[in-house]
Structures are given as structure tokens and as C-alpha cells.
Design a binder for this molecule. Structure first.
Ligand code: 5RP
Length: 225
């Protein structure tokens, strides 16, 4: 049986090798990113001088507990390198993210980043994106309209719930998990979703990742363009 936790640890250990003193580092969200943040905490303890930019409140709390110095997103023009996770990726580095509901901040941080390193276990690599649903962050006022527009794109959408109530993101929005079947043209779908009024952002990360490091068994595999 696969040891997915160990695969994430191996990927995280490999990813932090790209860090160096003086960098501004984007800190992702999700179980893989949290492992990387723990590794970064150790490196900081041993003298690595970096400043982190968190992608969620949970990440901020974790980083603070590990004494990783942090910057606010408002105070940075550019981020040297971000380490984050993904729900699915293809060999040409297109991603679905947002399983943990933090896709909006994750995409802002990724967009500011010169390098976006994604770390995963070996279950996340797919030939076509779409087995995992595409999270779409929507202002609550527009949720029914967006659900109808998703139908017009031959998809189905479901408002994500926690304990029977709509999940509210850190930005006060709702998430629609969109099922579009296997996605033949992720860039095209990303454009269509972006054009729907009321959509704030979606979890298709197109041409954003610069490297994916996937743990496989006892080693790692690296994907770049
Ligand atoms: C959170 C994300 C995560 O990076 C993604 O869900 C992967 O999580 P994990 O590392 O726990 O598998 O996009 O919004």
C-alpha cells in the first residue's frame, strides 16, 4: 500500500532545497504545504533568513507557531518562490487547486511568485484534469446565476457545505464545486469560468506552476515545462 504521507514528506523535503537566504517565500495551504512549512520552520531555526507570505489564516497561524517571519501580501511586490499543494496536476503543469477552500489567496500568491513549486503525493498526477471537481469561488449574491451558467457549460455545480451549511471562504464568498467531466481544454474552461459575472476566481491554475515535485514510493519525480 502507498504511504501517501511519506510521499508528501519526500516532496516537501525536495522542494525546500530551492529556498535560499534573503528570499520572500509564499506558504501554501493543505496537508502537503503544512509539511513543507514544518520543514521551513526547521530551516529557519537553523539560520535560514526568509520571510513568508501565508495563503490562509491556518497557514499564518502555523507559520507563526514555528517562528517563521511573515510579511503581509500588501507589503510585497513580488514573491521569489512559493511551495503549495494541488488536488490534480497534468504532466504539462496544469492544476486543479482549492480542495481546501483557499484557492483565491493561493492564486494571488502564486501570481506574484517567480517560481511556483507544487508538491504532491503520487495520487495527484492525471492525464486529464477533472476527476476532482473544479472549485469556483463566487459572491453569494450570484450563486444561482453562476450555477445556471455552469450548466450552460455542460457542467454541474454544487455549493460546498460544512455541517449542512454553505462553506464561507476567508473572503466571505461561497464555493461551487463544478463537475465538467474530464477536461480536454483546461485553458478554455478557465477563460469561460472567469467571464461569468459573480465568479471571483476558480481552481484551474493554468500556466502558473513552474515545477511539480511528486513523491513516489521512496523517491520523488520532478516535472517542469
Ligand atoms: C487548498 C489546496 C491544497 O493545496 C490542495 O487541496 C491539496 O491539498 P493536500 O496537500 O492536503 O492534498 O489547494 O486550497
Amino acid at each position: 500500500m502507498k504511504d501517501l504521507k511519506n510521499e508528501k514528506i519526500l516532496a516537501a523535503k525536495e522542494a525546500v532545497k530551492y529556498l535560499s537566504t534573503g528570499q520572500i517565500v509564499g506558504l501554501g495551504s493543505g496537508s502537503s504545504a503544512y509539511i513543507a512549512i514544518a520543514e521551513i520552520g526547521e530551516l529557519v531555526k537553523n539560520g535560514l533568513d526568509i520571510k513568508g507570505v501565508p495563503t490562509s489564516e491556518k497557514t499564518r497561524e502555523l507559520a507563526e507557531s514555528l517562528n517563521i517571519p511573515l510579511l503581509k501580501i500588501e507589503d510585497v511586490d513580488s514573491i521569489d518562490i512559493t511551495i503549495d499543494g494541488a488536488d490534480e496536476f497534468t504532466a504539462d503543469l496544469q492544476l486543479i487547486k482549492g480542495g481546501g477552500s483557499f484557492l483565491l489567496k493561493e492564486k494571488v500568491v502564486a501570481s506574484l511568485s517567480k517560481q511556483e513549486i507544487i508538491i504532491t503525493d503520487s495520487t495527484k498526477k492525471v492525464e486529464f484534469l477533472g476527476k476532482f471537481t473544479v472549485p469556483v469561488e463566487v459572491i453569494p449574491y450570484a450563486q444561482n446565476y453562476v450555477l445556471a451558467q455552469i450548466k450552460k457549460l455542460n457542467g454541474t455545480g454544487k455549493i460546498r457545505e460544512v455541517d449542512g451549511k454553505p462553506l464561507i471562504t476567508e473572503q466571505g464568498n461561497v464555493l461551487i464545486d463544478g463537475d465538467f467531466g474530464l477536461i480536454q481544454d483546461p485553458a478554455g474552461l478557465a477563460d469561460q469560468l472567469t467571464r461569468i459575472v459573480g465568479v471571483v476566481e476558480h481552481g484551474l491554475f493554468i500556466n502558473i506552476a513552474t515545477r511539480v515535485i511528486m513523491g513516489v514510493g521512496d523517491s520523488t519525480e520532478s516535472f517542469t515545462k
